[in-house]
Design a protein around this ligand. Structure first.
Ligand code: ADP
Ligand code: MG
Length: 625
């Protein structure tokens, strides 16, 4: 039967390419099956397409399908399709000229192995991945509408043979003479039904033709119908939820589902989920987005971090593009214009979805915020282009309401007529902040203050330029003036006068505390407390950040801050009196030490020298006041 057998050299030197592929290109050998199934699926697509103009090509009674057939004794796996098939010339052109342009480039860069993976993306090596798992590959094919069939055979060296043959049906079948399973190189037993089933499920589940395992059962191994390809209007909420639970192994339903479709120069479908809960590892450096990239139903990359900015890493989902090659590398993805465009589009859509939720369902938005508020804040620092969209998404605790969180816009709506700045204070917890002496004047005069309890908040406020023309201002930093212009002016004058009058006392205290504070001054920010510590400048670290820094670096540099005294407080009045009686009264040093310790305790910091503090306190108690 075999006639006209002829041996050909590959047009280019294939050996290095094949070696490369077998040894380093794909980390997982299993993907050879993905490549062959995808070729078969393409061939079936093409048959359907050509049948549009030549209906005779398609027999109405035949099911278009892909079949996997094994022979356990011969250790072969055959992947066959009843697609378009190939003529002899097509076999020579498509299979015989492996990676023509690619090998040429490869030759000129043989030493640059890091570059190789990116090079690979530039040419098709799909079919040849079968040599990763097979010593010999036989392809038999007959083009639809013709009678002649051809048999191609190669052992993955520099040559192949072509033979005329006979084939009962049109289409292509590819038989792999399998290498023995080898755990070390990741070659599995590809004659095992369950192993094949698992690989098909993983990579080819949504290929739109049945992939049949041929035995008594003829089981279809793939799901075929990707949910994301269906029109959004026809998919129910429960179907989305079920899909989410199955694919991402969650017991709960997603908080939000977003199903989008782009048609135009590029065509892609997107199905994105916001999980109900943040994962445990959300803040690990190694956390990667669970976003899966498909090319026409074939999985080409799991955890495709290139499609989302890092701060949206909690989103899970699927992107399916009709325009991506199967063997695209990460490096190429990063440079791909198409990917950049999808990413930008996805981010816009997601942020719109969050914005909508905030407007329409504040309660649900609140639970979103509890889970993912932190990453959204990271976005303020990471994604400058979208800052304006992100600002209205931010929620804060505030002195206005102990339960409800507020947006910045709502805060601005409640501002007093004379108020120019948005006030905030950072601290470990709401309780600590609420008891802070810094808040006293604000409470008394009824100015609202935002309570920032998250470590990233400090960076966040620095990234917030202005909100409706209002700057943010820490009540723990610099000087504070409240009230109308006149009131402010009057307060300023009063304070200055007393400060001049008491400058010798303040100087004495400053000298005593020089290692700890850089200035001692009077303030009107306190009403009931005698003393507090403030940062001098807006950009100085707050005690909160300072504590974080010290925790992190094992005691970072301690900044000298400013100690502010309440000139109306009894302690101050007493101290002043003593000073006027005797300016060298040793008790004044005790006052200094105790006031400094008091200020530290009041803001939730640790006392610098607790032993000394206790000592002074004890002696004072013994002596009696
Ligand atoms: P790619 O799929 O990226 O073009 P491959 O190496 O996977 O690269 O395949 C090379 C070519 O061989 C395909 O483009 C196609 O023309 C042809 N081919 C491969 N498998 C089949 C098949 N099952 N039926 C018909 N043609 C095929
Ligand atoms: Mg291919």
């Amino acid at each position: 039967m075999v006639t006209n057998s002829k041996t050909y050299e590959f047009q280019t030197d294939t050996k290095p390419l094949l070696d490369l592929m077998v040894h380093s290109l794909y980390t997982t050998k299993d993907i050879f099956l993905r490549e062959l199934i995808s070729n078969a699926s393409d061939a079936l697509d093409r048959l359907r397409f050509e049948a549009l103009t030549t209906p005779a090509l398609l027999d109405q009674n035949q099911t278009l399908e892909i079949r996997l057939e094994v022979d356990r004794t011969a250790r072969t796996l055959t992947i066959s399709d009843n697609g378009i098939g190939m003529s002899r010339d097509e076999v020579m052109a498509n299979i015989g000229t492996i990676a023509k342009s690619g090998t040429r480039e490869l030759r000129s860069q043989t030493n640059v192995s890091e570059e190789i993976s990116s090079l690979i993306g530039q040419f098709g090596v799909g079919f040849y991945s079968s040599f990763m798992v097979a010593d010999k590959v036989v392809l038999e094919t007959r083009r639809a509408g013709t009678e002649e069939a051809v048999r191609w055979e190669s052992q993955g060296d520099n040559q192949y043979t072509l033979t005329e043959t006979e084939k009962a049906t049109t289409g292509t079948s590819i038989t792999l003479y399998l290498k023995p399973p080898d755990a070390e190189t990741g070659i599995e037993d590809y004659t095992d039904k369950w192993i094949l089933a698992r690989i098909v499920k993983r990579y080819s589940d949504f290929v739109s033709y049945p992939v049949v395992y041929v035995d008594e059962e003829n089981k279809v191994l793939n799901t075929m119908k990707p949910l994301w390809k269906r029109p959004a209007a026809e998919v129910t909420t429960e179907e989305y939820a079920q899909f989410y639970r199955n694919m991402f192994h969650d017991f709960e339903d997603p908080l939000l589902s977003l199903h989008l479709k782009a048609e135009g120069i590029f065509e892609y479908q997107v199905l994105l989920f916001t999980p109900p809960k943040a994962p445990q590892d959300l803040y690990y450096q190694s956390t990667e987005t669970d976003l899966r990239l498909y090319a026409r139903g074939v999985l080409i990359m799991e955890r495709c971090t290139e499609l989302l900015p890092r701060y949206l890493r909690f989103i899970k989902g699927v992107v399916d593009s009709a325009d991506l090659p199967l063997n695209i590398s990460r490096q190429m993805l990063q440079q791909d214009r198409h990917i950049t465009q999808i990413r930008k589009w996805i981010v816009t859509k997601l942020l719109n979805e969050f914005t909508d939720l905030a407007a329409k369902d504040p309660e649900k938005y609140r639970s979103f915020w509890e889970q993912f508020g932190r990453p959204v804040k990271e976005g303020m620092l990471e994604d400058r282009d979208n800052r304006e969209t992100l600002v209205p998404l931010l929620l804060f605790e505030s002195s206005n309401d102990a339960e409800k969180l507020t947006t910045l816009k709502d805060y601005v709506g409640r501002m007093k007529p004379d108020q120019e700045q948005i006030f905030y204070l950072t601290g470990d917890s709401r309780a600590v902040i609420e008891n802070s002496p810094h808040l006293e004047a604000f409470k008394e005069k009824g100015y609202e203050v935002l309570y920032l309890t998250d470590p990233v908040d400090e960076l966040l406020v620095q990234s917030l330029p202005e909100v409706d023309g209002h700057k943010l201002k820490s009540v723990g930093k610099g000087t504070i003036e409240l009230g109308s212009e006149e009131e402010k002016e009057q307060q300023r004058k009063q304070l200055e006068e007393q400060q001049t009058k008491d400058s010798d006392l303040l100087e004495l205290l400053q000298k005593r505390l020089d290692t700890h504070v850089k200035q001692v001054r009077l303030t009107n920010r306190l009403t009931t407390s005698p003393v507090c510590l403030v940062a001098g400048m807006e950009f100085d670290d707050s005690p909160f950040v300072e504590k974080l820094l010290q925790r992190g670096k094992g005691g970072g540099p301690k900044q000298r801050r400013i100690m502010e005294l309440n000139p109306k407080h009894d302690i101050y009045l007493k101290m002043e009196e003593r000073f006027r009686q005797n300016a060298s009264d040793p008790l004044l040093n005790d006052y200094a030490d105790l006031l400094f310790g008091y200020a530290q305790l009041a803001e939730g910091s640790e006392i610098t020298d607790p032993v000394q503090f206790n000592h002074v306190l004890a002696s004072l108690l013994t002596r009696g006041l």
